[in-house]
Ligand binder design. Structure first.
Ligand code: PEP
Ligand code: MN
Length: 344
């Protein structure tokens, strides 16, 4: 259930409602919008009936949230949520591009990628130090050494860092280095991991599972939010379908649908979404046109030699070209690309 407060409700009136609910054993989440405050109530709904909350001063109405996800729903937070990553606002007017290699492979590779994506206008550096690979014989990532290289790249370029956390055991280590914790597609329903990242004060990039519905995805976000971390950024990265020419089917329908159902920012990963570098820029443009708040794009200084996901990685030149084209698309939908462009 949610309590919608009147537009002119005072702080004391809000506190009185919250206090009464907490005293009765309900868990309460506040959403302070520009227009009004909404109080989300988690607990046994049948016990609310006797409380006559609607009679309390400042209360406009008490209504149920019909979706199974509550805190992630638009009803709880009618305005778009903006997730701050340091001084970067994800979900605002500016579109942020997170770019870099699939995996951190070496100091030289990462620093070169970081320098190039920064020059083209990316604001966040991606790179996996722990890699979820289908084969145990594939490169598994540099682990802590990779995290240290990401920190060095951040130091040198000023880019923020997004990197994947694969399990609860390594979460404290990854959280030490990352500005955004990425939960990969294969872990989207690892509920123990979701509960643990909920306890960390860091934004979470929650990728959509390979065969998960939008509702399951939003329920995964709900795990993180109900555990206390509201800084969730959703990432559409393609789903499994019968089509096998492309690696996945990039479900761009999810962008407007999720933005309708939820207030959380949505970014799109066209690299995993389609799996072939040639089509990545087109899908990136389509994602921005569809309303994405950001992009996650794989860029490698030398894709042919990449230890992971070379076929879908852009060269720095192709990336710079894509960024140029994206600026026009962003303007056409009344947004703008964050990040300046330097002469390379
Ligand atoms: C990645 O971003 O490199 C990755 C492993 O993505 P996903 O979890 O979407 O497959
Ligand atoms: Mn990858």
């Amino acid at each position: 259930m949610i309590v919608v407060m009147q537009q002119n409700a005072t702080g004391e009136q809000i506190e009185a409602v919250v206090g009464r609910l907490e005293k009765s054993g309900f868990q309460v989440h506040l959403s302070r919008g520009v227009e009004r405050t909404i109080i989300g109530i988690i607990g046994d709904r049948t016990r609310l009936g006797d409380m006559a909350l609607e009679a309390m001063p400042g209360v406009e109405k008490v209504m149920p949230v019909l979706q199974p996800y509550k805190l992630a729903s638009r009803a709880f937070h009618p305005e778009d949520s903006v997730v701050m990553v340091g001084d970067l606002a994800i979900g605002g007017e500016e579109i942020h591009v997170m770019a870099g290699p699939c995996a951190v492979e070496s100091r030289e590779q990462l620093l070169e990628a970081a320098r190039q994506v920064k020059a083209a206008g990316a604001t966040i550096l991606r790179g996996g130090a722990f890699k979820p690979r289908t084969s145990p014989y594939s490169f598994q990532g540099l682990e802590e050494e990779g995290l240290k290289l990401l920190a060095e790249a951040r130091e040198l370029t000023g880019l923020k860092v997004v990197t994947e956390v694969m399990d609860v055991r390594t979460l404290p280590l990854v959280a030490e280095y990352a500005d955004i914790l990425q939960i990969g597609a294969r872990n989207m329903q690892n509920f123990f991991l979701l509960r643990e990242v909920a306890r960390v004060d860091k934004p979470v990039l929650l990728k959509r599972g390979l065969s998960c519905t939008i509702e399951e995805w939003l329920m995964a976000a709900e795990y993180i939010m109900s555990g206390g971390n509201h800084k969730v950024i959703l990432c559409e990265r393609g789903i499994r379908t019968f089509e096998n020419y492309t690696r996945n089917t990039l479900d761009l329908t999810a962008v407007p649908v999720v933005k309708y159902l939820s207030h959380l920012p949505v970014v799109v990963d066209p690299s995993h979404g389609i799996g072939k570098w040639r089509f990545v820029p087109t899908m990136a443009r389509a994602a921005v046109a569809a309303g994405a708040d950001g992009l996650l794009v794989e860029v490698h200084p030398n894709p042919a030699e990449a230890l992971c996901d070379g076929p879908q990685s852009l060269t720095p030149e192709n990336f710079a070209h894509m960024m140029k084209e994206l600026r026009g698309v962003a303007r056409a939908v009344n947004r703008q690309l964050a990040g300046g462009v330097a002469d390379v």
